[in-house]
Design a protein around this ligand. Structure first.
Ligand code: SF4
Length: 277
């Protein structure tokens, strides 16, 4: 099966993910990558990201996802995003705590471009949110979202819960009222479970998920190509390789073909999958 056919039939996701870096200004209790300020950065170079994006477009991918670590710790991330958005629409995942001062001003260049920032916000209660993500996280995120929207930058909110099914409806209602009040609509709010990998596994949190439970989405890092953005996780300082497709990431056609072949055995939208985004 060709890569474009696998994308067209929904067997692999239409978005190419790239891990820009692994370091982060936070140290969340469920972090899949054990990120913190002092970890190995494992950065993907700017040129490599642009080249892989161009190749992905040729192969039939229709979007890009940028994640980390905290991508906006890289000073040139706004320029990278502006370049990538000329190639394909981009979603960039962020903890939302760095958008002030010069970093906020640098986002002006993204106005009008197809770039969405997906920001983590886990509760409408500041204490509950900050317990998992660190002091002042809630206040910084709530302040940042209107600033991004005012610059014409799309915002998505991602809520990560240990057990979404057990989360009280009244608490979810308060969270939804909060994001609507901030200007983020319901279709830009995703709720997903913690995946039991990285620091979440060490802390015995979340749901176990392997290749059969996760949507196949090609994911590139400096260490190799993985079957899903939940693949290149770190546990006890070591890279997990159970979802590694290939140490070779270039050209993208190589790992993409391997993933298409592996995903071909699964029906699109298999009920076994958890639908975690
Ligand atoms: S979960 Fe995200 S914000 Fe939290 S430490 Fe990990 S990379 Fe940073």
């Amino acid at each position: 099966m060709s890569v474009s056919a696998a994308i067209g039939e929904g067997r692999i996701g239409p978005r190419l993910w790239m891990y820009a870096n692994y370091h982060c200004n936070l140290r969340c209790s469920y972090c899949l990558t054990e990120s913190s300020p002092g970890v190995l950065r494992r950065q993907l170079g700017r040129g490599a990201m642009i080249e892989r994006a161009l190749e992905a477009r040729e192969l039939g991918f229709t979007g890009l996802g940028i994640t980390g670590g905290e991508p906006f710790l890289l000073d040139d991330m706004p320029e990278r995003l502006a370049e990538l958005a000329q190639i394909l629409p981009v979603v960039v995942l962020s903890n939302g705590t760095l958008f002030h001062g010069r970093r906020l001003a640098a986002l002006d260049r993204l106005r009008g471009l197809p770039v969405e920032v997906q920001i983590s916000l886990d509760s409408a209660e500041p204490d509950e949110n900050d317990e998992m993500r660190g002091p002042e996280n809630f206040a910084k995120v709530v302040a940042a979202i209107p600033e991004l929207l005012a610059r014409g930058i799309g915002v998505r909110i991602a809520t990560t819960l240990n057990d979404p099914d057990a989360y009280p409806q009244a608490a979810m209602d308060r969270l939804c009222a909060l994001h609507r009040g901030l200007g983020v609509s319901d279709d830009h709010h995703v709720v997903r479970p913690i995946v039991r990998r990285g620091r979440a596994a060490t802390g015995d949190m979340g749901v176990a998920a392997g290749f059969d439970e996760l949507e196949p989405e090609l994911t590139l890092t400096v260490d190799g190509a993985f079957a899903t953005p939940f693949g290149p996780t770190i546990r006890n300082g070591r890279l997990d390789t159970d979802l590694l497709i290939s140490r070779t990431t270039a050209p993208v056609a190589f790992p993409a073909a391997l993933l298409a072949r592996a995903a071909g055995a699964h029906a699109p939208g298999s009920d076994a999958r958890l639908g975690i985004r």
